[in-house]
Write a protein that binds this ligand. Structure first.
Ligand code: URA
Length: 230
């Protein structure tokens, strides 16, 4: 079947998105740069993930099944950081999907949050064998990645779950019992964010009496979220 020339012209205009090029509306530069920002963010996250996947001579990577990069919404203004993946996380390639993850989900839902409303990652992206704590050298090696990760996500609230995340990102000579439940302003590259430290859900499973302290921290996060209109 032959198409007449006007049908062809309409098809051509559709192909080049003629309306976007020739309409007489003012260009919405704000929207455009927003779009570019999200494209850049996705691209930066891809590049970051690629550089972690390509890490050389790392025993953690050699022993792991999967990289555990992140879960949740990269556009979220609330980022949570744990320690390192366990067996379930290694299997699924997602953070906090085991028993500690189930408790984390409950903690989030207590303050009207869930995984679609926050962004979750870990200090270390590959499972340490036997779920041991990552060593200082391993933390040192992965620190630039998680710092970059924070810089890309640009959270307004950063929640550090447990002492490994706290010691890696805030300082070595501090203890969680003194540091939890306080807001600290911290800069990661170009990102300035409000940091709060709370107990790791795996610790809370071993020490349920500490859940009342974690509840205080969660309420502080809820209050900050409301103040910042997140
Ligand atoms: N514990 C962590 O710190 N991170 C996970 O992803 C799972 C358990």
């Amino acid at each position: 079947m032959f198409k007449n020339s006007s049908t062809k012209l309409i098809e051509y205009y559709n192909l080049i998105n003629h309306n976007l090029i020739y309409n007489n509306k003012a260009i919405n530069r704000y929207k455009k740069s927003n779009f570019e920002l999200s494209v850049n963010k996705a691209k930066s996250l891809d590049l970051l993930k690629e550089s972690i996947v390509n890490i050389k001579n790392c025993d953690l990577k050699k022993n792991a099944k999967n990289i555990v990069f992140s879960d949740g919404n990269p556009k979220s203004k609330i980022m949570l950081i744990g320690e390192a993946p366990g067996a379930n996380e290694d299997q699924e390639g997602l953070p906090f999907v085991g028993r500690a993850g189930q408790l984390l989900d409950k903690m989030l839902s207590a303050i009207d949050l869930d995984r679609k409303k926050v962004y979750i990652s870990n200090i270390i992206n590959f499972r340490p064998p036997e779920n041991r704590r990552p060593t200082d050298d391993e933390i040192k090696r992965y620190l630039p990645f998680i710092s970059k990760h924070i810089e890309i996500i640009q959270p307004k609230i950063l929640v550090l779950l447990g002492s490994t995340a706290m010691n890696a990102l805030i300082g070595k000579d501090i203890v969680i019992s003194k540091m939890r439940g306080k807001w600290i302003e911290k800069k990661f590259g170009a990102c300035v964010t409000s940091v709060i430290i709370t107990f790791h859900p795996a610790f809370l499973m071993r020490q349920p009496a500490q859940k009342k302290m974690a509840w205080i921290d969660l309420k502080m996060i809820r209050e900050k979220k409301n103040i910042l209109k997140i």
